[in-house]
Design a protein around this ligand. Sequence first.
Ligand SMILES: [Fe+2]
Length: 190
Amino acid sequence: MPTPAPGQATTPVPALRASESPDTGSGGPTVAELLDFVRRTADDAALVASLPLDPEGRTWLRLEGPGGSEAWLIGWPPGTGTGWHDHAESAGAFTVATGALREHSLAARLPTDGWKSLELHEGIDRTRELRAGEGRGFGRHHVHEVLNESERAHAVSVHAYYPPLPQIRRYSRTGATLRLEQTERPEDWK
Ligand SMILES: [Fe+2]
């Protein structure tokens, strides 16, 4: 597929139907089970307190997720965020253990491959604030960015993905234009 010229309108983005429920779809743990795991883990005050916090950047602790899933405890200093990304074929769930996180997401199913730039329809942006004890599950190809908007308080959250993350696609966003910048694979994260 040819790469579109800059500014050229590209693939249309169909909106998600309300009836489409997230499902890992591969015989592993369900999104509900991942959500249950992250909630129970976020309630483990000793585990949450064991995560080293760094004011200069995010910190991670790998956890054993249910049914072979990949799980992480993540610390977010004030003002840090992920940037726009998806988790490819992995579904997942996350919940806030301490502090609060903001999630911006797209209520749209993006074409999986073969594009560099998408013009997003109006009305597909979603935003939600997740406070301690609040979480969400998501299906495959969920596109989002997660931020700690606090000026003072660290946030700590628990995340689980199934299948274990084969790749993450990173995007830049300018207005309604979403541009694929980078595809990262596990070997890039070491
Ligand atoms: Fe994510």
